[in-house]
Every structure is written in structure tokens, then in C-alpha cells.
Design a protein around this ligand. Structure first.
Ligand code: 5GP
Length: 118
């Protein structure tokens, strides 16, 4: 019995270099690239190379990976010159604004950020 190939998400295609993106950071576990529709002067998406669908589907075995993503976000913020002023966002599920079914962190900065967001 063969399992039908599941089609790749947009972000898997970027990870595999099948689609172009402006990559700002990469290591063995994750990739960071500029959002194509930035909502601030600096808007980077940080994705694990492991195709976790969304945060709520992460498993206990993903704990170290999730920590790595958080720490890498601070590294990318520094690389992008954001200092200590930036926001991290994870949309979980379509009703929360998630449009690509591959876990991603939005790293946003470069302008004053109000809370709660509009
Ligand atoms: P979500 O709404 O799922 O939390 O975030 C998905 C993000 O992916 C959006 O901010 C959207 O602008 C971004 N995006 C959608 N298509 C592309 C693309 O082809 N390339 C890049 N770099 N970003 C994309």
C-alpha cells in the first residue's frame, strides 16, 4: 500500500528552495525569511524545518525545537537591528488568522507597536 504524497505547504517549498524568498537566517532546525506582505518595516517569518502544522499540534518531543525557535527569534531580531523593541506572534488556526498550515513565528518591529493590536 502506498501512501499518497501530501502536497508541500508554501513554507516547505521555501525551505526546499523551490520558491524564492529573502532569507535572513538559517540553521539546521529553522529558516527565517522576510514576509512578502510586511505589516511593519521589519517583518520576518521564522519557521521550523520540521513541518508542524500549528502550535497546538506540536508534541512533547518538540519542546526543544520550540525553545530553539524562541531563542532564534531573539537572534534574528538582533541581526535585523531591532534592539529590544519587537513583537513575536503565532497565529494558531484559520479563525485566528493563520493562512499557511506550517507553524511560523512572525517577528515584527521597526515602528512603534501598540497593544492590543488593531
Ligand atoms: P499567517 O496568516 O498564516 O499567520 O501568516 C502567513 C504569512 O505568510 C502572511 O503574513 C503572509 O504575508 C506571508 N506569505 C504568504 N505568502 C508568502 C510568500 O509567498 N512568501 C513570503 N515570504 N511570505 C508569504
Amino acid at each position: 500500500v502506498t501512501t499518497p504524497a501530501v502536497s508541500k505547504t508554501l513554507f516547505e517549498k521555501i525551505i526546499d528552495r523551490e520558491l524564492p524568498a529573502t532569507i535572513v537566517y538559517e540553521d539546521e532546525l529553522c529558516l527565517a525569511f522576510k514576509d512578502i506582505h510586511p505589516c511593519a518595516p521589519m517583518h520576518v517569518l521564522l519557521v521550523p524545518k520540521k513541518p508542524i502544522v500549528q502550535l497546538s499540534q506540536a508534541a512533547p518531543e518538540d519542546q526543544a525545537l520550540l525553545g530553539h525557535l524562541m531563542l532564534t527569534a531573539t537572534k534574528v531580531a538582533a541581526l535585523e537591528g531591532l534592539g529590544e523593541a519587537y513583537r513575536l506572534v503565532i497565529n494558531n488556526g484559520a479563525a485566528a488568522g493563520m493562512s499557511v498550515s506550517h507553524l511560523h513565528l512572525h517577528l515584527i518591529g521597526g515602528r512603534p507597536l501598540k497593544w492590543p493590536p488593531a
